[in-house]
Design a binder for this molecule. Structure first.
Ligand code: UD1
Ligand code: UDP
Length: 377
């Protein structure tokens, strides 16, 4: 019998962990593969929150996060250290996800060793290399290197074909975030206490209309973040509204939000939530206001209108379906759009339709089958 193929799965941030744990689980369940998990720990605490809930113990933990890390310092360390792990593990293939520095450096280090790279969540493009920055270029680099491209939707498949990627190498698999969302929803249904930690906040804001907020994009640092904070301050001035905002650990986000919003009655600035508690927040919220990629996929799947604080998106599917809207980072625009949804029932109902163009929860299984076909096992 042939030896199981060793697959090196590399990730480092919260969203990569959420979107790759279903793939790790599917590889583990398949006798054709031996998954080897390497975390860069580009994020430390926010990564560990996911590892714990998903029950994943990495084989290699590079512990690379530094406070307020720079893109070049982080990328240099990632390239060297991920390369070193590849030399030790000697995998048959490497899996990376999305568009972070970890994913890009992982793909590049693999390419330097002529190892095939399989890209989960391939083909997302905004068409603007500064929105999101540096993710648009990271994913283009990975797209140039990848052996198999796992596009979540037809839109992302089309973007790859427009860049002359061999159509035979591009597969529509759905997005593994829906696998993760289904998994966490089932876990909470079986054990509600897993998401019970918001009870005090729920009691404090009983009868109020909850707006869930997340924000972290590098291109929004500076004026963008200041504007977002001011918009939230104006929104929370309404007595019928409460804002729940788990604040990203990036100091560029926290310093602005704490200074502008700390101590406001209707605003709860809280620590990053683990995935079950964030799923609970998604269910409590009437509207999500975010610049996150993953939240743009999860909120429409749950029928929650999502206002996206960006000028472009590589996830146009939600916008096309009418469940997501781009609102940029202009204070008046954000406040006007939120008030419109709060005050115009028809406008709200038009957006609040469960719509899930991102997958059926079977993406990880599909990805593992396709890798199996590729390695001929
Ligand atoms: C990174 C990714 C971004 C992704 C986001 C998800 C890059 C260039 N950016 O952005 O694509 O959308 O993660 O959240 O890959 N920090 C902590 N603890 C943590 C996590 C972060 O303290 O658990 C702080 C540290 O000071 C760290 C800083 O946040 O230096 C920035 O982290 P970094 O991963 O460089 O950038 P993000 O903005 O989180
Ligand atoms: N998320 C979480 N806790 C939080 C905020 C977000 O678990 O406090 C999850 C969210 O459900 C989504 C992912 O983190 O799956 C999005 O991560 P983030 O916004 O950091 O990155 P992006 O998706 O923009 O790359």
């Amino acid at each position: 019998m042939t030896e199981p193929a060793k697959i090196l799965v590399i990730f480092g941030t919260r969203p990569e962990a959420i979107k790759l744990f279903p793939v790790v689980r599917a590889l583990e369940a398949d006798p054709r593969f031996t998954p080897v998990v390497c975390v860069s720990a580009q994020h430390r605490q926010m990564l560990d929150q996911v590892l714990e809930i998903a029950g994943i113990v990495p084989d290699h933990d590079l512990d690379l996060m530094r406070p307020d890390q720079t893109l070049d310092g982080l990328t240099a360390a990632l390239l060297t250290e991920l390369g070193r792990v590849m030399d030790v593990v000697q995998p048959a293939r490497v899996i990376v996800q999305g568009d972070t520095a970890t994913a890009m450096a992982g793909a590049l280090a693999a390419y330097y060793r002529k190892l095939p790279v399989d890209h989960v969540e391939a083909g997302l493009r905004s068409g603007n290399i500064y929105h999101p920055w540096p993710e648009e270029v990271n994913r283009k680099i990975i797209g140039t290197i990848a052996s198999l491209h796992f596009a979540p939707t037809e839109v992302s498949q089309a973007a790859l074909l427009a860049e002359n990627v061999d159509p035979a190498r591009v597969h529509i698999t759905g997005n593994t975030v829906i696998d993760a969302l289904h998994w966490v929803t089932a876990r909470i249904a079986a054990k509600p206490a897993l998401a019970g930690g918001l009870a005090a906040l729920e009691a404090r804001f009983a009868g109020k209309r909850i707006i869930g907020v997340t924000s972290h994009r590098r291109e929004n640092f500076g004026d963008g973040m200041e504007n977002i904070a001011e918009a939230i301050r104006q929104i929370a001035a309404r007595p019928d509204v409460a804002v729940i905002f788990p604040v990203h650990l990036n100091p560029n986000v926290r310093s602005v939000m704490n200074a502008a919003l700390g101590g406001l009655d209707n605003v709860a600035l809280i620590e990053p939530l683990d995935y079950p508690h964030f799923a609970r927040l998604l269910s409590l919220a009437e509207i999500m206001l975010t610049d996150s990629g993953g939240v743009q996929e999860e909120a429409p799947a749950l029928g929650k209108p999502v206002l996206v604080m960006r000028e472009t998106t590589e996830r146009p599917e939600g916008v096309t379906a009418g469940t997501a809207r781009l609102v940029g980072t202009d204070v008046t625009r954000i406040v006007t759009e939120i008030f419109n949804l709060l005050d115009d029932k028809a406008a709200y109902e038009a957006m609040a339709r469960a719509h899930n163009p991102f997958g059926d929860g079977q993406s990880a299984r599909r990805i593992v089958e396709l890798i199996g076909d590729e390695v001929g096992q």
